[in-house]
Design a protein around this ligand. Structure first.
Ligand SMILES: NC(=O)c1ccc[n+]([C@@H]2O[C@H](COP(=O)([O-])OP(=O)(O)OC[C@H]3O[C@@H](n4cnc5c(N)ncnc54)[C@H](O)[C@@H]3O)[C@@H](O)[C@H]2O)c1
Ligand SMILES: [Zn+2]
Length: 377
């Protein structure tokens, strides 16, 4: 495939690492990013941005600005669209912003491709495991099922595990594959579903390869330590290093599939460089779920802190209980194999955090916002 790639959101966590990896593969990279203050602070000097600044053609611009696409897309062969608002909880009370940036930003890109001259041959989009909502489970009586979002009534009673939607019985968790039911539990997830479906739809009609990567929880050195709205490892780290106690939601046994940044970059490079006829949806994860309480205790050990870890029974509306990826499809079709274990990745992450300036702990502010909107119980 050709050699010029536009990466939107390329100054972000995944985008900056991806840019540097693709440069090593010989690609010429253009980044379109608005250096959102929630991620980069107000001085436009975040380490992520500085890591790519002199190595890419950087365009400071907003995906919501239709005019910016005209000049940005000129001469590009591939577009990797990563720019997005990314906080699940925040999306529940900033709907207009999330829909504008995520859904409309993607529509602006596609509008240009449909209506204007261009030479783009491949589109890659960052989708998310958030579009699955609760993932796949097994009921002994009813086989594979996809539980609905948990009700407030259940959660108030401390019944955090999803139950069978048919018999309300107990369930066994399974890895979620790409054919699983799509029923996002948050506005963020809904916009990710929009983005993915729009890219696949227009890609098909234009005869352009379109690939959607459903990333699980990505972590690693470089992830924003400033953003209190997403990134549980960063949020815990910033709280711990400020000497603040941790408040663990639910009973602490909720779990996620934590996938190390290098593995995410590897999977995405495999998509970018795949044969032209490759299109479709791929899960990207480690394929293993780890509980939140395990994450908190592991970080506490790595930082050697004494802060208390309190399991509070509080919960956030829009959060799911568990999800982890079935990687069969991406292994078979793109040859992807995750290589970094959670222990190894977390150690690298914590070592990096220790070298970073201590950030102000804004987490309480983010929780206050949720409380004010009735989204935190
Ligand atoms: N990190 C994860 O765990 C994860 C999981 C699933 C999906 N994703 C998706 O992957 C993508 C990248 O995530 P990330 O973790 O690197 O996030 P990030 O916040 O570090 O990076 C996003 C980048 O987009 C830029 N941006 C935001 N709004 C913009 C706008 N209106 N115009 C131009 N640029 C804008 C930001 O400045 C930032 O540099 C996102 O689409 C996200 O939804 C991430
Ligand atoms: Zn059942």
């Amino acid at each position: 495939m050709s050699k010029r790639i536009l990466i939107t959101g390329g100054a972000g966590f995944i985008g900056s690492n991806l840019s540097l990896a693709l440069i090593k593969h010989g690609y010429e990279i253009t980044v379109l990013d608005n250096l959102s203050p929630q991620i980069h602070g107000t001085h436009q000097d975040s380490p992520l941005y500085l890591s790519i600044k002199d190595q890419v053609n950087f365009i400071l611009g907003d995906v919501c600005d239709k005019a910016v696409w005209e000049s940005t897309l000129a001469g590009q062969d591939i577009v990797v669209h990563l720019a997005a608002e990314t906080g699940t909880g925040q999306s529940q009370y900033q709907l207009e912003k999330y829909v504008a940036v995520n859904s409309m930003g993607t529509a602006n890109l596609l509008d240009h491709l449909v209506n204007k001259k261009h030479q783009v041959k491949r589109l890659v989009i960052a989708s998310s495991r958030a579009i699955y909502g609760e993932g796949k489970y097994h009921c002994l009586e009813h086989g594979d099922v996809y539980p609905l979002a948990r009700s407030q009534k259940q959660m108030d009673l401390g019944q955090f595990e999803p139950t069978c939607p048919i018999c309300q019985g107990a369930l066994q968790l399974k890895p979620t594959d790409e054919n699983a039911k799509i029923h996002p539990a948050s506005i963020y997830g809904i916009t990710k579903q929009n983005q993915e479906q729009m890219i696949l739809n227009i890609g098909e009609s234009l005869g352009i390869s379109a690939i959607a990567f459903r990333y699980q929880n990505v972590y690693g050195p470089g992830q924003s330590l400033k953003n209190p709205y997403t990134g549980i490892l960063s949020i815990f780290s910033t709280q711990m290093l400020n000497g603040n106690d941790l408040n663990i939601f639910e009973d602490g046994l909720e779990s996620r599939d934590f996938v190390y940044i290098d593995d995410v970059v590897k999977a995405t490079v495999l998509g970018v460089t795949a044969k032209p006829e490759i299109s479709g949806i791929y899960n990207v994860g480690a394929g293993i779920n780890t509980s939140v309480i395990t994450v908190a205790k592991s970080l506490q050990k790595l930082y050697g802190t004494e802060v208390a870890i309190k399991v509070s029974g509080n919960y956030r509306l829009g959060d799911i209980r568990h999800n982890y990826a079935d990687l069969s499809k991406i292994k078979k079709e793109l040859g992807f194999e995750p290589t970094v274990s959670f222990e190894e990745g977390l150690t690298k992450f914590a070592e990096w955090v220790k070298t970073q300036p201590l950030q102000e702990d804004l987490y309480k502010k983010s929780i206050t916002e949720l409380k004010e909107k009735g989204l935190y119980k």
